[in-house]
Each structure stands twice: as structure tokens, then as C-alpha cells.
Design a protein around this ligand. Structure first.
Ligand code: ZN
Length: 244
């Protein structure tokens, strides 16, 4: 059975439930952080994840909601969402988020999981081949899985030349794993930013030794209505329509 790879759920329960329904059977969840922030269902999203066997790292919004990061480092829309989220989180869920590590190795050391980058696990965006290339020396597993940019991306390291190539996977794709090192971002479940409004996620298949990135439509209107009802910034609802 595959492992379900989730990132940047951002308290979007409709997107998370659509992904869980689309994924079929899986044995475990690997989550790359930003479970909360922006969306209207932080507690319900954490509760849903806790129904499964899950390994997760922390994201910048998880830390922002806990007060572990200065929210002055976020833009004003994100700050408003983080202070709202802080007021919503239950004690138990605060404790669950607070226990998430910044990085973790899984599946006997083949994969490093971080939210942002191996060099700077909470903040750095890996969106160019240049930044990816610099980051290959900051993890010692074959593969690194990360989120943060909300864009599905695959960076491949060519050991003969040292060059790194980048591919954006809007619409999805499958990479066969081999001996060459890869950094992969499965895109965002709850707030895609690559122009495709569908939820993005991954399936890691250790039998086929591959990772598939998939997209699935979800009830955007319901997620938007909850954001408006909660009094969160309307921009956070609007952007879900465009996947930006
Ligand atoms: Zn995020």
C-alpha cells in the first residue's frame, strides 16, 4: 500500500477530505507541515489527520499559530489568519502542533521530510534549480520531500555533472525513484498556487518505488463560505477559486 503525502493543508477540511477519498487505501501519512493557517477548520483538520497513522513536520504557519515564530514576519493577511487560528486551537491541538519536529528521516533513511528547505526547514522557498542545488548538500538521504511554495515541483540531481533540473508538475505526474537524488514538492492540499485550483497531493509507492502527484477537485464554495463566516480576510476565500 502507498504512503499518502500531504503538504500545506492550511485548515481546508473540504480539500483534505477530497484527497483522503481520492487516495484510496494507504498505510500511513507523511505530512510536510502547514496543517493550519489561512483556512477555517484548524481543529477539524488536525482531528481528521489523527484518525490515521501520521508522521508530520512543522511548518511556518503551524509555528506562527503557536507563537513560536514572530507573526511580524508574515504578510498582513497571513497575520490576521494566524491570530484567528491561535484563538481557535484547542489545548490538545496546540500541544500536537508544538510536538512536530522541524525535520525527520523516514522509511529507513531514504527520505528526509521538511516543510520549507533542508537548509532552513521553516522559511526558505525551494522554487528554482539554483536554490535546490544548494540544498542538496543539506540532507543525507537520497530523497527530500518538502512543501511551503504550494507548487508541485521535482528537482533532479545529476551526479555526473552536479547539475540540477527542475520540472513543475501542474496537472500531476509520476517520478520513478532510482539511485539519483531528488527533491520533490507534492503541491498544496488546501491552497494551491500554481494556477490549478484543485487540491494537490502525492502517493509514495515503495513497491513500485515511485511517487505520483495527483490533483482532485473539492468543494471550494463550502471552504470559501466557512472562511467568510469565520470573519477571515475575504482574499483567503477568493484565491481558492484561482489556485493562486
Ligand atoms: Zn503553506
Amino acid at each position: 500500500m502507498p504512503i499518502l503525502l500531504l503538504s500545506d493543508i492550511h485548515a481546508n477540511l473540504e480539500a483534505l477530505d477530497a484527497v483522503l477519498a481520492d487516495a484510496g487505501d494507504f498505510e500511513h501519512i507523511w505530512c510536510l507541515g502547514d496543517v493550519v493557517g489561512y483556512g477555517a477548520d484548524p481543529n477539524r483538520c488536525i482531528a481528521r489527520l489523527q484518525e490515521f497513522d501520521i508522521t508530520s513536520v512543522a511548518g511556518n504557519h503551524d509555528w506562527g499559530a503557536l507563537g513560536k515564530l514572530d507573526t511580524g514576519d508574515f504578510n498582513s493577511t497571513a497575520q490576521q489568519a494566524l491570530s484567528w487560528t491561535r484563538g481557535q486551537l484547542t489545548e490538545e491541538n496546540r500541544a500536537w502542533l508544538a510536538a512536530l519536529p522541524e525535520r525527520i528521516k523516514v522509511n529507513p533513511g531514504s527520505f528526509t521530510l521538511v516543510h520549507a528547505s533542508p537548509r532552513s526547514p521553516i522559511w526558505e522557498y525551494v522554487v528554482s534549480a539554483k536554490v535546490a542545488q544548494e540544498n542538496f548538500s543539506f540532507f543525507d538521504t537520497l530523497f527530500c520531500l518538502l512543501g511551503h511554495s504550494h507548487i508541485p515541483l521535482v528537482f533532479r540531481f545529476d551526479p555526473s555533472s552536479g547539475a540540477v533540473t527542475s520540472e513543475q508538475w501542474t496537472g500531476g505526474g509520476t517520478v520513478t525513484l532510482g539511485l539519483n537524488r531528488i527533491i520533490l514538492n507534492p503541491g498544496s492540499v488546501g491552497q494551491p498556487r500554481d494556477g490549478d485550483r484543485r487540491a494537490s497531493y502525492g502517493l509514495v509507492d515503495m513497491d513500485k518505488y515511485s511517487i505520483e502527484v495527483r490533483r482532485v477537485a473539492y468543494d471550494i464554495r463550502e471552504a470559501q463560505a466557512k472562511i467568510i463566516r469565520a470573519g477571515l480576510p475575504p482574499r483567503l476565500a477568493e484565491r481558492l477559486s484561482y489556485g493562486q
